[in-house]
Write a new protein. Sequence first.
Length: 330
Amino acid sequence: MCSCPWGREMYGNWEKRSWRGFVVIDRTGWEKTFGGYYKGEVEFNAPMSAHTSLAIGGPADVLVSPEDPVSVKNIVMLLRRQGTPFLPLGGGTNILVRDAGIEGVVIKCRAFNRAEVIRDSGDMVELFAEAGVPLQKLVNLCREKGFAGMEGLTGIPGTLGGAICGNAGSYGCEIRDVLISVVILRSDGALERYDADDLGFGYRTSGVLPDDIVLSANLKLKKDDAAAVAARTDDFFTRKKSAQPIRERSAGCVFRNPEGMSAGRMIDEAGCKGMHIGGIEVSGLHANFFVNRGEGTAADYLALMEAVSKKVRERFGVTLDPEIRVAGRG
Protein backbone atom coordinates (compact mmCIF):
# COMPACT_ATOMS: atom_id res chain seq x y z
CA MET A 1 0.00 0.00 0.00
CA CYS A 2 1.37 3.41 -0.94
CA SER A 3 1.92 6.28 1.43
CA CYS A 4 -0.48 9.20 1.45
CA PRO A 5 -0.28 12.23 3.79
CA TRP A 6 -4.05 12.33 4.30
CA GLY A 7 -5.22 9.89 6.92
CA ARG A 8 -8.59 9.32 8.51
CA GLU A 9 -7.37 10.93 11.73
CA MET A 10 -7.89 14.31 10.05
CA TYR A 11 -11.62 13.68 10.18
CA GLY A 12 -11.84 12.20 13.66
CA ASN A 13 -13.97 14.85 15.37
CA TRP A 14 -16.07 15.87 12.41
CA GLU A 15 -18.79 13.27 12.91
CA LYS A 16 -19.54 14.64 16.40
CA ARG A 17 -20.73 17.93 14.96
CA SER A 18 -24.27 18.51 13.78
CA TRP A 19 -25.58 20.55 10.89
CA ARG A 20 -28.53 22.89 10.74
CA GLY A 21 -30.02 21.48 7.56
CA PHE A 22 -31.23 24.10 5.15
CA VAL A 23 -30.44 24.86 1.55
CA VAL A 24 -27.72 27.45 1.02
CA ILE A 25 -28.89 30.11 -1.42
CA ASP A 26 -26.88 33.23 -0.52
CA ARG A 27 -23.86 34.38 1.46
CA THR A 28 -25.79 34.77 4.70
CA GLY A 29 -27.14 31.25 4.44
CA TRP A 30 -23.69 29.98 3.57
CA GLU A 31 -22.08 31.55 6.64
CA LYS A 32 -24.83 30.28 8.92
CA THR A 33 -24.56 26.77 7.55
CA PHE A 34 -20.81 26.33 7.36
CA GLY A 35 -19.40 28.63 10.02
CA GLY A 36 -16.02 27.21 10.98
CA TYR A 37 -16.43 24.04 8.94
CA TYR A 38 -15.09 25.46 5.69
CA LYS A 39 -11.91 27.18 4.53
CA GLY A 40 -11.60 28.47 1.00
CA GLU A 41 -13.11 30.74 -1.63
CA VAL A 42 -16.85 31.07 -2.23
CA GLU A 43 -18.43 32.67 -5.30
CA PHE A 44 -22.16 33.14 -5.83
CA ASN A 45 -23.85 33.23 -9.24
CA ALA A 46 -20.48 32.25 -10.72
CA PRO A 47 -20.33 32.35 -14.55
CA MET A 48 -19.15 28.91 -15.64
CA SER A 49 -17.81 30.40 -18.86
CA ALA A 50 -14.89 31.59 -16.72
CA HIS A 51 -14.22 28.06 -15.47
CA THR A 52 -14.45 25.96 -18.64
CA SER A 53 -12.04 25.56 -21.54
CA LEU A 54 -14.88 26.24 -23.99
CA ALA A 55 -15.62 29.59 -22.30
CA ILE A 56 -19.28 28.58 -22.35
CA GLY A 57 -21.82 28.11 -19.59
CA GLY A 58 -24.38 29.94 -17.50
CA PRO A 59 -23.91 30.69 -13.80
CA ALA A 60 -23.56 28.18 -10.99
CA ASP A 61 -25.59 29.03 -7.90
CA VAL A 62 -22.44 28.63 -5.80
CA LEU A 63 -18.84 27.78 -6.71
CA VAL A 64 -16.43 26.82 -3.95
CA SER A 65 -12.67 26.27 -3.99
CA PRO A 66 -11.83 24.49 -0.72
CA GLU A 67 -8.36 24.87 0.79
CA ASP A 68 -8.17 21.42 2.35
CA PRO A 69 -9.78 17.95 2.21
CA VAL A 70 -11.57 18.50 5.52
CA SER A 71 -13.51 21.36 3.97
CA VAL A 72 -14.33 19.21 0.94
CA LYS A 73 -15.72 16.45 3.12
CA ASN A 74 -17.74 18.90 5.22
CA ILE A 75 -19.30 20.42 2.12
CA VAL A 76 -20.15 17.08 0.56
CA MET A 77 -21.75 15.73 3.74
CA LEU A 78 -23.84 18.85 4.31
CA LEU A 79 -25.02 19.14 0.73
CA ARG A 80 -25.92 15.47 0.64
CA ARG A 81 -27.90 15.83 3.87
CA GLN A 82 -29.75 18.86 2.49
CA GLY A 83 -30.42 17.22 -0.85
CA THR A 84 -28.60 20.06 -2.59
CA PRO A 85 -27.00 18.95 -5.88
CA PHE A 86 -23.26 19.40 -6.34
CA LEU A 87 -20.83 18.97 -9.19
CA PRO A 88 -17.11 18.22 -8.79
CA LEU A 89 -15.11 20.16 -11.40
CA GLY A 90 -11.49 19.70 -12.41
CA GLY A 91 -9.90 21.97 -14.96
CA GLY A 92 -13.18 22.58 -16.78
CA THR A 93 -12.16 20.58 -19.85
CA ASN A 94 -14.20 17.83 -21.50
CA ILE A 95 -17.37 19.40 -20.10
CA LEU A 96 -20.15 21.49 -21.63
CA VAL A 97 -22.17 23.57 -19.17
CA ARG A 98 -25.64 24.47 -20.41
CA ASP A 99 -26.58 28.12 -20.92
CA ALA A 100 -28.99 28.09 -17.97
CA GLY A 101 -26.12 27.29 -15.63
CA ILE A 102 -25.79 24.80 -12.78
CA GLU A 103 -28.19 24.34 -9.90
CA GLY A 104 -26.52 23.86 -6.53
CA VAL A 105 -22.82 23.93 -5.75
CA VAL A 106 -19.78 23.42 -7.98
CA ILE A 107 -16.76 22.10 -6.06
CA LYS A 108 -13.44 23.01 -7.65
CA CYS A 109 -10.33 21.62 -5.94
CA ARG A 110 -7.82 23.92 -7.64
CA ALA A 111 -5.95 24.52 -4.35
CA PHE A 112 -4.91 20.86 -4.28
CA ASN A 113 -1.87 21.26 -6.52
CA ARG A 114 1.06 19.58 -4.79
CA ALA A 115 3.25 17.03 -6.55
CA GLU A 116 6.40 15.41 -5.18
CA VAL A 117 8.58 12.32 -5.33
CA ILE A 118 7.88 10.18 -2.27
CA ARG A 119 9.88 7.08 -3.12
CA ASP A 120 13.01 6.37 -5.18
CA SER A 121 13.70 2.68 -5.72
CA GLY A 122 16.57 2.58 -8.17
CA ASP A 123 15.13 2.47 -11.66
CA MET A 124 11.62 3.56 -10.57
CA VAL A 125 10.15 6.53 -8.72
CA GLU A 126 6.80 7.03 -7.05
CA LEU A 127 5.06 10.39 -7.19
CA PHE A 128 2.34 11.69 -4.91
CA ALA A 129 0.15 14.26 -6.65
CA GLU A 130 -2.99 16.07 -5.60
CA ALA A 131 -5.98 16.08 -7.91
CA GLY A 132 -5.82 19.79 -8.73
CA VAL A 133 -2.36 19.56 -10.29
CA PRO A 134 -2.58 20.44 -14.00
CA LEU A 135 -1.78 17.36 -16.03
CA GLN A 136 0.70 19.35 -18.12
CA LYS A 137 2.55 20.33 -14.93
CA LEU A 138 3.12 16.63 -14.19
CA VAL A 139 4.24 16.00 -17.76
CA ASN A 140 6.69 18.90 -17.49
CA LEU A 141 8.01 17.59 -14.17
CA CYS A 142 8.66 14.19 -15.73
CA ARG A 143 10.27 15.83 -18.75
CA GLU A 144 12.64 17.81 -16.54
CA LYS A 145 13.55 14.94 -14.21
CA GLY A 146 13.79 12.19 -16.81
CA PHE A 147 10.80 10.15 -15.57
CA ALA A 148 9.33 8.08 -18.40
CA GLY A 149 5.69 7.10 -18.85
CA MET A 150 3.72 10.33 -19.34
CA GLU A 151 5.22 11.64 -22.58
CA GLY A 152 2.11 10.88 -24.65
CA LEU A 153 -0.09 12.87 -22.28
CA THR A 154 1.53 16.18 -23.20
CA GLY A 155 -0.86 18.81 -24.50
CA ILE A 156 -3.90 17.34 -22.73
CA PRO A 157 -5.58 20.15 -20.76
CA GLY A 158 -7.18 19.83 -17.36
CA THR A 159 -6.15 18.43 -14.01
CA LEU A 160 -4.91 15.08 -12.77
CA GLY A 161 -8.27 14.44 -11.10
CA GLY A 162 -10.16 14.97 -14.33
CA ALA A 163 -7.66 12.86 -16.24
CA ILE A 164 -8.25 9.99 -13.83
CA CYS A 165 -12.05 10.26 -14.08
CA GLY A 166 -11.92 10.05 -17.87
CA ASN A 167 -8.77 7.91 -18.22
CA ALA A 168 -7.21 10.59 -20.39
CA GLY A 169 -4.79 9.44 -23.04
CA SER A 170 -3.22 9.86 -26.45
CA TYR A 171 -0.55 8.27 -28.63
CA GLY A 172 -0.96 4.91 -26.92
CA CYS A 173 -0.50 6.33 -23.42
CA GLU A 174 -3.27 6.49 -20.81
CA ILE A 175 -3.21 7.85 -17.27
CA ARG A 176 -4.08 4.41 -15.90
CA ASP A 177 -0.73 3.14 -17.22
CA VAL A 178 1.15 5.08 -14.54
CA LEU A 179 -1.32 4.93 -11.65
CA ILE A 180 -0.68 2.94 -8.49
CA SER A 181 -3.59 4.10 -6.35
CA VAL A 182 -6.19 6.85 -6.05
CA VAL A 183 -7.77 8.48 -2.98
CA ILE A 184 -11.45 9.30 -3.53
CA LEU A 185 -14.03 11.08 -1.41
CA ARG A 186 -17.29 9.25 -2.09
CA SER A 187 -20.57 11.13 -2.22
CA ASP A 188 -21.57 9.61 1.14
CA GLY A 189 -18.49 11.14 2.78
CA ALA A 190 -16.43 7.95 2.88
CA LEU A 191 -12.73 8.45 2.20
CA GLU A 192 -11.39 5.48 0.25
CA ARG A 193 -8.12 4.44 -1.34
CA TYR A 194 -8.36 2.27 -4.45
CA ASP A 195 -5.67 0.38 -6.26
CA ALA A 196 -5.64 1.41 -9.92
CA ASP A 197 -6.62 -2.11 -11.00
CA ASP A 198 -9.84 -1.83 -8.99
CA LEU A 199 -11.11 1.33 -10.68
CA GLY A 200 -12.50 -0.29 -13.82
CA PHE A 201 -10.59 1.79 -16.33
CA GLY A 202 -11.61 1.53 -19.96
CA TYR A 203 -11.40 3.67 -23.07
CA ARG A 204 -11.94 7.20 -21.71
CA THR A 205 -13.85 5.80 -18.75
CA SER A 206 -13.26 4.80 -15.15
CA GLY A 207 -15.18 3.54 -12.16
CA VAL A 208 -15.14 6.99 -10.57
CA LEU A 209 -18.77 8.05 -10.15
CA PRO A 210 -20.03 11.53 -11.17
CA ASP A 211 -20.45 12.67 -7.54
CA ASP A 212 -17.11 11.23 -6.39
CA ILE A 213 -14.21 13.62 -5.81
CA VAL A 214 -10.69 12.48 -6.59
CA LEU A 215 -8.34 13.95 -3.98
CA SER A 216 -4.95 12.52 -4.86
CA ALA A 217 -3.07 9.74 -6.61
CA ASN A 218 0.21 7.87 -6.43
CA LEU A 219 1.98 7.29 -9.73
CA LYS A 220 4.84 5.03 -10.82
CA LEU A 221 7.38 6.17 -13.40
CA LYS A 222 10.56 4.71 -14.81
CA LYS A 223 13.84 6.60 -14.65
CA ASP A 224 15.33 7.41 -18.02
CA ASP A 225 17.71 9.85 -19.62
CA ALA A 226 16.20 13.32 -19.23
CA ALA A 227 17.17 14.33 -22.76
CA ALA A 228 15.46 11.24 -24.19
CA VAL A 229 12.26 11.88 -22.21
CA ALA A 230 12.28 15.52 -23.29
CA ALA A 231 12.75 14.55 -26.94
CA ARG A 232 9.83 12.12 -26.87
CA THR A 233 7.61 14.61 -25.04
CA ASP A 234 8.45 17.40 -27.48
CA ASP A 235 7.85 15.14 -30.47
CA PHE A 236 4.40 14.19 -29.20
CA PHE A 237 3.58 17.84 -28.51
CA THR A 238 4.67 18.90 -32.01
CA ARG A 239 2.55 16.17 -33.57
CA LYS A 240 -0.44 17.09 -31.41
CA LYS A 241 -0.12 20.80 -32.16
CA SER A 242 -0.18 20.12 -35.91
CA ALA A 243 -3.19 17.79 -35.70
CA GLN A 244 -5.40 19.24 -32.94
CA PRO A 245 -6.63 22.77 -32.12
CA ILE A 246 -4.91 22.81 -28.73
CA ARG A 247 -4.50 26.60 -28.79
CA GLU A 248 -8.21 27.21 -29.38
CA ARG A 249 -11.24 27.12 -27.11
CA SER A 250 -12.46 23.55 -27.19
CA ALA A 251 -13.40 20.81 -24.75
CA GLY A 252 -11.30 18.09 -26.35
CA CYS A 253 -12.79 15.22 -28.31
CA VAL A 254 -16.55 15.48 -28.71
CA PHE A 255 -17.32 11.82 -29.49
CA ARG A 256 -15.78 8.51 -28.47
CA ASN A 257 -14.07 6.45 -31.14
CA PRO A 258 -16.27 3.49 -32.14
CA GLU A 259 -14.58 0.10 -31.87
CA GLY A 260 -11.79 -0.05 -34.44
CA MET A 261 -12.77 3.28 -36.01
CA SER A 262 -11.84 6.95 -35.75
CA ALA A 263 -14.67 9.34 -34.93
CA GLY A 264 -12.66 12.23 -36.35
CA ARG A 265 -12.13 10.47 -39.68
CA MET A 266 -15.80 9.51 -39.89
CA ILE A 267 -16.90 13.09 -39.21
CA ASP A 268 -14.46 14.34 -41.84
CA GLU A 269 -15.59 11.81 -44.46
CA ALA A 270 -19.22 12.68 -43.73
CA GLY A 271 -18.39 16.20 -44.93
CA CYS A 272 -18.63 17.93 -41.57
CA LYS A 273 -15.28 19.74 -41.34
CA GLY A 274 -15.93 23.46 -41.17
CA MET A 275 -19.62 23.05 -40.34
CA HIS A 276 -20.81 25.60 -37.82
CA ILE A 277 -23.90 26.56 -35.88
CA GLY A 278 -23.79 29.96 -34.26
CA GLY A 279 -20.32 30.48 -32.84
CA ILE A 280 -19.39 26.78 -32.66
CA GLU A 281 -17.47 25.19 -35.53
CA VAL A 282 -16.12 21.75 -36.39
CA SER A 283 -12.34 22.24 -36.35
CA GLY A 284 -10.53 22.18 -39.67
CA LEU A 285 -7.53 20.55 -37.97
CA HIS A 286 -9.37 17.66 -36.33
CA ALA A 287 -13.04 17.02 -37.01
CA ASN A 288 -13.69 15.50 -33.58
CA PHE A 289 -13.00 18.87 -31.96
CA PHE A 290 -15.58 21.66 -31.88
CA VAL A 291 -14.16 25.14 -31.26
CA ASN A 292 -15.81 28.26 -29.90
CA ARG A 293 -15.16 31.04 -32.40
CA GLY A 294 -16.27 33.78 -30.03
CA GLU A 295 -19.92 34.01 -29.09
CA GLY A 296 -20.80 30.34 -29.12
CA THR A 297 -23.40 28.96 -26.73
CA ALA A 298 -24.11 25.57 -25.25
CA ALA A 299 -27.26 25.43 -27.38
CA ASP A 300 -25.10 25.95 -30.49
CA TYR A 301 -22.74 23.19 -29.38
CA LEU A 302 -25.51 20.68 -28.71
CA ALA A 303 -27.20 21.49 -32.03
CA LEU A 304 -23.90 20.95 -33.87
CA MET A 305 -23.39 17.65 -32.06
CA GLU A 306 -26.81 16.49 -33.24
CA ALA A 307 -26.22 17.66 -36.82
CA VAL A 308 -22.81 15.97 -37.04
CA SER A 309 -24.07 12.77 -35.44
CA LYS A 310 -26.92 12.63 -37.96
CA LYS A 311 -24.56 13.01 -40.93
CA VAL A 312 -22.25 10.28 -39.61
CA ARG A 313 -25.21 7.99 -38.99
CA GLU A 314 -26.47 8.54 -42.54
CA ARG A 315 -23.01 7.98 -44.05
CA PHE A 316 -21.79 5.02 -41.95
CA GLY A 317 -24.82 3.63 -40.12
CA VAL A 318 -23.03 4.27 -36.83
CA THR A 319 -24.33 6.31 -33.90
CA LEU A 320 -21.55 8.25 -32.20
CA ASP A 321 -21.47 8.31 -28.40
CA PRO A 322 -20.51 11.58 -26.70
CA GLU A 323 -17.17 11.75 -24.93
CA ILE A 324 -17.84 15.24 -23.63
CA ARG A 325 -19.87 15.54 -20.43
CA VAL A 326 -22.94 17.79 -20.47
CA ALA A 327 -23.98 19.41 -17.19
CA GLY A 328 -26.46 21.98 -15.99
CA ARG A 329 -30.10 22.98 -16.09
CA GLY A 330 -32.12 22.01 -19.12
